[in-house]
Design a protein around this ligand. Structure first.
Ligand SMILES: NC(=O)C1=CN([C@@H]2O[C@H](COP(=O)(O)OP(=O)(O)OC[C@H]3O[C@@H](n4cnc5c(N)ncnc54)[C@H](OP(=O)(O)O)[C@@H]3O)[C@@H](O)[C@H]2O)C=CC1
Ligand SMILES: O=C(O)CCCC(=O)O
Length: 486
């Protein structure tokens, strides 16, 4: 194993973090974590299930009593220490992330900093959970609102952002006074464990943050069905989101769901062409196209279509595909074979329906799950790629003529996460921003995520918001106190 870390204990091999101990599965079973760039096994992690999850829930409940009793200032101090340690070990965390997920090291470093920013932000927000005094309609009464932690919470997270998707959930939970059990994706548990090691080093007490790997269905079933767990936050596919929502119905659990997207990226004739191409590169090709906010459908107005297609293809041809550890690489492997098959099927279907392939289009000569960054022109709205999230490095260009036409096309989807458009007409900017049925809209930019802004979708892209001052509300309950006899 060639992973050289300055702080070797960050690579946890033997156990999950349960009730302050690193423990093996009851059965002793493990599963392999592999490097998607070369298929090598990095390490084995525990294959846990129902029994271990039930114990984690009990431990989380016990820990929550004292965690919520701390002052917000003290919880904030724990989070600040955790943030500092993550940034201190940014390079090691980035190496681990690249090893198990595949993204280029520069992107991995960026994700570590992005992930840490949620801990810093919510550490600060912990101190600003204000209540209200409501002017009373009766002289002898005083009406108050206080906010309290929702209790024991759980997070089920995906492989595409193995650090940030955990911290975006765990930081507000801990800041609010909740405890959290985290089930990371099977492909990327090592980043999660490393966060757990640093949380321990920051002094975060046993049971406040627990990390469990293994059988997703069994672990998920316990987390959803337990009446002790009062909140579940999930990021991943819409299909699994639906299953979890159904499973949470019996306990009427509070849910945050961050599900699939089908982002439109619109370039109007009056756009700054270079800025639009830059925006498309970052929005489409970040993490090899494997983000839920990636541009999935690029709509380009007739008058600028050919120039945009040419410039974008030229930029795409300069992307360097390879192992994420190599300095010059800008696109790593896709996560697995299923991902590459989906990309291939979307391209084949688009071409069969009349699209022309103007860049890339096939598996990369490196083999494995490396894929050539691809551009398709004149794609038909009847193509599969119009309806489904590709989650890969394919930019399909659709031609349009009018504003009304493109707004209708952009909204013709059950998803509503992120949308982007480029224009320099202030009237059009307002009209289009308001007409797009999406939770987030980037205007003249392809990059919208940061810790101070509310991240989340409408329609079937999910429920709730993460990040920003709204993010902590997902982990708080409102209590109304009516005081009579004044
Ligand atoms: N919104 C987003 O950011 C993401 C969207 N996706 C979309 O989903 C597609 C498939 O990716 P995939 O990784 O399979 O996403 P999934 O939704 O299957 O996985 C996300 C998380 O859910 C867990 N999970 C899966 N099934 C269950 C279950 N029945 N009960 C409880 N937890 C469960 C997974 O665990 P385990 O890994 O152990 O199976 C993982 O931790 C992608 O191609 C992409 O389109 C994927 C990832 C992120
Ligand atoms: O794909 C996701 O679910 C997370 C998107 C990364 C971001 O926060 O921008």
């Amino acid at each position: 194993m060639s992973l050289q870390l300055n702080h070797p204990t960050l690579l946890k091999q033997a156990g999950c973090l349960l009730a302050g101990q690193w423990v093996a599965a009851d059965s002793g079973e493990t599963f392999a974590v592999t490097n998607p760039a070369n298929g090598e096994i990095i390490t084995q992690v525990p294959m846990m299930g129902r029994a271990e999850t039930e114990r984690a829930v009990v431990a989380a409940q016990a820990a929550q009593k004292s965690w919520k009793a701390l002052t917000a200032k003290l919880r904030s101090a724990y989070l600040e220490r955790w943030f500092d340690l993550i940034m201190l070990h940014q390079e090691d965390l980035a190496k681990l992330l690249t090893a198990e997920q595949g993204k280029p090291l520069a992107e991995a470093r960026g994700e570590v900093a992005y992930g840490a920013s949620f801990i810093e932000w919510f550490g600060e927000e912990a101190k600003r959970v204000y209540g209200e005094v409501i002017p009373s309609p009766m002289n002898d009464r005083r009406l108050l609102v206080i906010k309290q932690p929702i209790g024991v919470t759980a997070a089920i997270t995906p492989w595409n952002f193995p650090i940030a998707m955990i911290t975006r959930k765990a930081a507000p939970a801990l800041a609010a006074g909740c405890t959290m059990i985290i089930k990371p994706a099977e492909q990327t548990p090592l980043s999660a464990f490393a966060l757990g090691v640093l949380a321990e080093e920051a002094g975060i007490p046993a049971g406040v943050l627990q990390i469990i790997t293994g059988d997703a269905r069994e672990i998920g079933a316990v987390l959803c069905e337990s009446p002790i767990v009062t909140k579940l936050s999930f990021t991943g596919s819409t299909e699994v989101g639906r299953i979890l929502m159904r499973q949470c119905a019996d306990t009427i659990k509070k849910l945050s769901l961050e599900l699939g997207g089908n982002a439109p990226f619109i370039v109007f004739d009056d756009a700054d062409l270079d800025a639009a191409v830059e925006g498309a590169m970052i929005s489409k090709f970040r993490n090899a196209g494997q983000t839920c906010v990636c541009a999935n459908r690029l709509f380009v107005q007739d008058g600028i279509f050919d120039a945009f297609a040419k410039k974008l293809s030229a930029k795409v041809s300069q992307l360097k595909v390879g192992e994420g550890t190599l300095a010059e690489v800008t696109q790593g492997p896709l996560i697995d074979d299923a991902a590459i098959e989906k990309v291939e099927s979307h391209i084949a279907d688009a071409v069969a329906k009349g699209a022309s392939l103007i860049q890339g289009g096939k598996r990369h000569a490196l083999g494995g799950t490396f894929f050539e960054p691809t551009v398709l022109a004149d794609v038909s709205p009847s193509a599969m790629i119009f309806r489904e999230e590709t989650f890969g490095p394919v930019a399909p260009l659709f031609r349009f003529k009018t504003d009304d036409e493109v707004i209708e096309l952009a909204n013709r989807t059950e998803f509503g996460l992120a949308a982007y458009f480029f224009s320099r007409d202030i009237g059009r900017i307002w009209r289009v921003a308001e007409a797009l049925e999406y939770g987030m809209v980037g205007v003249n930019t392809g990059m919208i995520s940061n810790e101070v802004a509310p991240f989340g979708g409408v329609k079937q892209s999910g429920l709730g918001r993460e990040g920003s001052h709204h993010g902590i509300d997902e982990y708080l309950e409102i209590k109304y106190v009516c005081m009579a006899g004044i």
